[in-house]
Structures are given as structure tokens and as C-alpha cells.
Design a protein around this ligand. Structure first.
Ligand code: GUN
Ligand code: ZN
Length: 439
């Protein structure tokens, strides 16, 4: 049985604001800090010397010094059925979908396959320090059922949904406007708000849904305004041309979703690379979230996300791996590639901004910052412990860093799952170098 109070000792780092707005005032850093967790929630943070004296005698203290202790990472867009699609050669979006993705996704109709992939997927996220993700399952309702069952067992806070697709995909991967609505509705009733599970209404993208299906998805969103909506937009030129042909009455790609009631503050819109002025305006007006997936955008040759422009236009930005278009489960690797995408456009991204993006920034973009993403009292104690010198090359480079900003920039630029010393979910150890096995 685990103790009621567990305290993690180490170098605490978390955000209370946005570093690109508030600068130094955006983060809290405690060199010899204590994170006190009671019944899975953050109870207190501060100097270890002061807090240790106030702990009850039966509290368990885990000494992670000299490692960094941060809120668990958040991935705002990832595909559970694509763990065996990742690293598929030689294609851009539409060919990649037809040649690789739709082939693998059909296997989720096989007995036990969604269960197997969900177990692997959650193991892999936790090994990478990711404790929350917005997840696409396959078209099969059973894939979402399997995923939520596995997430519930691990008590992870996950957002997920069954994909809706009723055209331009293999027969075996399509539902109908009616069945997609009905199956999604049943999954919402079963899983949304059950424990830590949250449902996302998931029409794959305009190309694979008829207008009838997008209307049904919009009806679901109106009936369940506390559910997220997740889909793809403006990722690839050929995709945009095809989407515009399928919806000639819409003013632009964003307008396809907007006129079907799918653009709102809970809408997580993957990619947003080739956006027009009016599309950015629609995002700013509706509060829709632009989800930046750097490793995917580079791997599929999709293009460069304009971070500075999105922010100037007042659009919420989230960051994500987009496995299996993306090439790494690590949010550190993801932000290293984000930095390079910005570099190619003459923009910059500080280590503080990067680490904010994958914790409090994503939590706020998902509307979950009252629950996760920081160490303010009452937050769910999802935690990642980072060894910034875990590899030979990193330990060697760390010999010359002069301050925290430099150390964190090396961590973001060179880091990956090898830097994850431990991951905790609601205060329970679930992964990392110091983890010896699961339940
Ligand atoms: N657009 C529609 N489906 C997908 C997908 O699975 N991955 C990516 N990257 N883009 C998409
Ligand atoms: Zn995607």
C-alpha cells in the first residue's frame, strides 16, 4: 500500500505563466526543493529544508537529487494505431495515408490488437515522461474501448476518441454518418469523465467525412460541449486542394469545419501549416487551437508552422508528436525539432518557452490547466524526473553550462527518453530508470 503522503526531493521547475509573455516571472525554480503529494494531488512545494520538518513521520520521501522534477509532459496530438506506421518510407500525406496508415489501421479489427497496441503505446508515453495525450484511435469503437480501459487501469489522464470516416478510405475502415454518431455518443456516455478519461469527438479530416458526417460530428459537439473535438487541417497542399473540391461551398478549409459547428475553444486542429489570413482570423475568433507537430511536418515534407504569426494573431498553440507521421514519442525531441522549424523562419524558441509548451502551455491550450501541467496546490501529481546528464554526450556538454537556461537548452536540444529518470502518475511511480515493473 502506498503512503498517504509522498514527497519528491530534487530541483523543482514548473511554470505559472508564459515565458514569451512574462519572462523570468513565468517560472518557479527551487534548487533543493520538495514536492509534497497527498492522495495523488500536489499539497505543497517549496524549500526542502522548511517542508521536511512539517512532514508527518510516516511520509515517504524519495530523494531524486540532483535531478530536475517537472510536471509530466503533455502531447496534444498522437495516433495510437500508428505505432507500427512510424518510419514508413518515401511518401507525403495522401500517399502515406493510403500506402501505410490505412493498411495498419485495418488490423485494429483483429481480436486483441487494439489492446496490444494500447499497452505498448501507454508504456512508451510514460517512458518518455508523457502523462497526458490527445489520442486518435481507429474507426473501430473497440479501439477506443480498449484504449480507455488500459488508460483507466493506469489512472492516466487521457483524451481520446474513435475516428469518424465515411468516405475516401478503404471499405473496412469506414463507418457512416449515423453509426459514427451513435458509436461516438455511446463511448462518450461510457468514458467521458470516468476517472481521468476524457472524450474527443474525432472526425479524421474533411476529406474522409461526408458533409452529413461532419454535421453529425457538429451535433455531437453541440450536445457535449465539454468534450474536445480533434481533427486535421492545412497540413499539405494536395490535401487542401482535395478538401476544397469536396466542399466547394466553403470559403476555405477552416470554413468547412466552422460551418459544421466544429471550430470552437475545445477544437484541437492538427498542423495549420498553410493557413490563410482569414483562417487565422477564424481560429482567433472561435478560440480554436492550432496544434504544431514538428517532427511530422518535417518527416512528411508538409511545411513549416509559423509559431510567431499564430501567436501574433492571438491563436492558442499546442505542440505534439503526431506519431506515426511524427518520428519520436519524446516531447523533448519534438521541441528540439520545433526549434529548428522556427530557425528556418528566422524565429527562436527559448528552453523555457519549449518546456512551458509541453507542460503548462499544452495544459492551457487543452483547457486542463486547472488539473494538470503545473505544481500549484491541488493539481494532479503527474510528474517527470529528468537526469539532464543521462548520456555521455550530454554529461560532457553539461561540464560547460553556466546557468539554468543553458542547461535546459541542452536538455531540450539533445534530450530524449534516456533522460527520464522517473515518471509518476497521481504520485505513483510508473516508469523510468528507477522503475522495476508494472502492476
Ligand atoms: N490527416 C488525416 N489523417 C492523418 C494522419 O493520420 N496523420 C497525419 N499526419 N495527417 C492526417
Ligand atoms: Zn495526426
Amino acid at each position: 500500500a502506498s503512503p498517504v503522503i509522498r514527497a519528491l526531493r530534487g530541483r523543482l521547475l514548473w511554470f505559472v505563466g508564459d515565458p514569451e509573455v512574462a519572462g523570468e516571472a513565468a517560472y518557479r525554480f527551487v534548487e533543493d526543493g520538495l514536492l509534497v503529494i497527498e492522495n495523488g494531488l500536489v499539497k505543497a512545494t517549496g524549500e526542502a529544508s522548511a517542508l521536511l520538518r512539517a512532514l508527518p513521520a510516516d511520509a515517504e520521501i524519495v530523494d531524486h537529487r540532483p535531478h530536475l522534477i517537472m510536471p509530466g509532459f503533455i502531447d496534444a496530438h498522437i495516433h495510437m494505431p500508428q505505432t507500427q506506421v512510424v518510419a514508413s518510407y518515401g511518401a507525403q500525406l495522401m500517399d502515406w495515408l493510403n500506402k501505410y496508415t490505412f493498411v495498419e489501421e485495418q488490423k485494429l479489427s483483429q481480436q486483441g490488437h487494439a489492446e496490444k497496441l494500447s499497452r505498448f503505446f501507454l508504456d512508451e508515453l510514460l517512458a518518455n515522461g508523457t502523462t497526458t495525450a490527445a489520442v486518435y484511435c481507429s474507426v473501430h469503437p473497440q479501439s477506443a474501448e480498449a484504449f480507455f480501459t488500459e488508460s483507466q487501469r493506469r489512472n492516466t489522464r487521457m483524451i481520446a476518441g474513435k475516428v469518424m470516416m465515411d468516405r475516401n478510405a478503404p471499405e473496412a475502415l469506414t463507418d457512416t454518418a449515423e453509426s459514427g454518431y451513435r458509436d461516438s455518443k455511446a463511448l462518450i456516455a461510457r468514458w467521458h469523465g470516468k476517472g481521468r478519461q476524457l472524450y474527443a469527438i474525432t472526425p479524421r479530416f474533411a476529406i474522409t467525412s461526408t458533409p452529413e458526417q461532419l454535421a453529425a460530428a457538429g451535433r455531437l459537439a453541440a450536445e457535449h460541449p465539454d468534450c474536445h473535438v480533434q481533427t486535421h487541417i492545412d497540413e499539405n497542399r494536395a490535401e487542401i486542394t482535395f478538401a476544397r473540391e469536396l466542399y466547394p461551398e466553403a470559403a476555405d478549409y477552416a470554413d468547412i469545419y466552422r460551418r459544421h459547428g466544429l471550430l470552437g475553444p475545445k477544437s484541437l486542429m492538427g498542423h495549420c501549416i498553410h493557413m490563410t489570413h482569414n483562417e487565422w482570423s477564424a481560429f482567433a475568433e472561435t478560440g480554436a487551437v492550432a496544434v504544431f507537430c514538428p517532427t511530422s511536418n518535417l518527416f512528411l515534407g508538409s511545411g513549416l508552422f509559423d509559431w510567431a504569426h499564430a501567436r501574433q494573431r492571438g491563436v492558442k498553440v499546442a505542440v505534439a508528436t503526431d506519431i506515426g507521421g511524427g518520428t519520436s514519442y519524446s516531447m523533448l525531441r519534438t521541441m528540439a525539432e520545433a526549434y529548428k522549424v522556427l530557425q528556418l523562419q528566422g524565429q527562436s524558441l527559448s528552453a523555457f518557452a519549449a518546456l512551458h509548451a509541453i507542460t503548462r502551455g499544452n495544459a492551457a491550450a487543452l483547457g486542463l490547466d486547472h488539473l494538470i501541467g503545473s505544481f500549484e496546490p491541488g493539481r494532479e501529481a503527474d510528474v517527470v524526473v529528468l537526469d539532464t546528464g543521462a548520456t555521455r554526450a550530454m554529461a560532457h556538454r553539461m561540464e560547460t553550462v553556466r546557468d539554468l537556461a543553458e542547461e535546459l537548452f541542452v536538455l531540450v536540444t539533445l534530450g530524449d527518453e534516456r533522460n527520464i529518470a522517473a515518471t509518476y502518475v497521481m504520485g505513483e511511480l510508473v516508469a523510468g530508470a528507477s522503475f522495476s515493473g508494472g502492476a
